[in-house]
Design a protein around this ligand. Structure first.
Ligand SMILES: Nc1ncnc2c1ncn2[C@@H]1O[C@H](COP(=O)(O)OP(=O)(O)OP(=O)(O)O)[C@@H](O)[C@H]1O
Ligand SMILES: [Mg+2]
Length: 377
């Protein structure tokens, strides 16, 4: 029997719901060669959306989609190697063709081919650099392949904010943009979950990637879609979940797609016939428990100021955080100090800042803080 809910991997096929507007828009951008930037908080469904559109375009012979995740990239060289490898690997299917294309298009790089025992991925292919200055050759690779094959290439790069973390990043970004913007047979879809880093890269006039493409801000999947999704899965197995409990799941996790699925699963697994208050409470408890050690670790890494700032957010005083009385009440030092605390917590990925609003990146963090009554000095 198939599991009714999934989380932790991209949602596809029967596990994919809604994203109708976003699918249409991304499809249109892909078909018309427009660059797209997708931004959303963690685990809302960026990867799933891009995969879905890629799947819909599978039959289109004129357009080829290349996907890569640069989360592990730490240097410019790592990026070039991954970029070149994935483009070569995903624009051809046979090993001989990979080798041939590498020789033809990347004369300064040496391909390394290894046979593995993994039946899903019998041949692994990667590139080893031999010359230090191969950037230009690698960056123009997609355009040259696309022209020769008479196709349009769409390069999708997940966790793109990683580029902003490399050394000499601005110079590197300038280089990428200057090459990419002249390519007519290639477009780019760049996405990631570190909103503040991506907004710096794409939303600031002084940065090289300013106005590089259509900005798509993913929103929560609306509750209406989850009624159908969750209730039908309970019914299929002779179980029942009342609408108010679906509301409860959605509200508790603040509409985060991944947590909606995870909490639904925890409720489903405990339900024999019908969901009740007791089951809901236990499932929520279980959800918090699963993050307990991670949250504990995060809390332990914070300074007293940072802990007190978290207390201020918990009390809902974020808009007035710079007011003298609030600074005194929570012992936050000074306004300058608050700016430092905010930056540090944002870097630790504990909080998100949107205008004057400050909220916890993880929607269940606040439940955990309350539940375990963590003392925040
Ligand atoms: N369209 C969808 N329908 C149903 N569930 C979804 C959908 N999109 C995402 N999810 C749920 O959210 C989880 C995370 O999805 P996905 O990996 O696509 O998000 P992401 O934004 O790319 O995450 P990350 O920030 O970690 O890169 C999935 O495992 C699934 O449980
Ligand atoms: Mg993702």
């Amino acid at each position: 029997m198939k599991t009714p809910f999934i989380y932790g991997i991209a949602a596809e096929k029967m596990y994919f719901t809604d994203r109708e507007k976003e699918t249409k828009r991304l499809l249109l951008n892909f078909e018309n060669g427009l660059n797209t930037i997708i931004v959303s908080p963690r685990r809302w469904g960026k990867t799933s959306l891009v995969n879905k559109v890629a799947e819909l375009m599978k039959e289109n012979q004129q357009i080829r989609i290349v996907r890569m995740d640069i989360f592990s990239v730490r240097t410019q060289e790592d990026f070039y190697r991954m970029f070149a490898t994935e483009i070569i690997r995903q624009t051809a299917t046979r090993t001989e063709e990979w080798l041939e294309n590498t020789k033809r298009f990347l004369s300064s790089l040496v391909p390394v081919v290894t046979m593995s025992t993994d039946p899903m991925n019998p041949v692994s292919f990667s590139l080893k650099s031999v010359m230090p200055d191969y950037g230009e050759e690698v960056l123009t690779l997609p355009e040259r392949i696309a022209k020769e094959k008479e196709i349009h290439l769409i390069i999708c790069i997940d966790e793109f904010q990683q580029i902003g973390e490399l050394s000499n990043s601005i110079t590197f970004q300038k280089k990428l943009r200057s090459v990419w913007q002249h390519q007519h047979s290639v477009s780019y879809c760049l996405y990631g979950s570190k909103r503040h880093l991506l907004m710096n890269m794409f939303g600031k006039r002084s940065y090289p990637f300013y106005k590089f493409g259509d900005m798509l801000f993913l929103e929560r999947i609306p509750l209406e879609y989850w009624y159908e999704y969750i209730q039908s899965r309970f019914e299929q197995n002779g179980k029942h979940i009342d609408t108010r409990f679906v509301d409860d799941i959605y509200t508790y996790v603040d509409g985060n797609s991944s947590y909606v699925q995870q909490l639904s699963w925890l409720v489903w697994a405990r339900t024999e016939n019908e969901v009740n208050e007791g089951i809901m409470a236990e499932a929520k408890q279980d959800l918090l428990l699963q993050s307990h050690s991670l949250f504990m670790e995060q809390i332990n890494s914070l300074s007293s100021y940072q802990l007190r700032f978290i207390r201020a957010i918990m009390s809902g005083k974020t808009i007035e955080i710079y007011r003298k009385e609030i600074i005194e009440e929570f012992e936050l030092g000074s306004s300058a100090n608050i700016a430092t605390i905010k930056k540090a917590l944002q870097k630790k990925e504990l909080i998100e800042i949107e205008g004057k609003n400050i909220y916890f990146s993880d929607p269940i963090f606040i439940h955990w803080l309350r539940q375990y009554n963590i003392s925040l000095i």
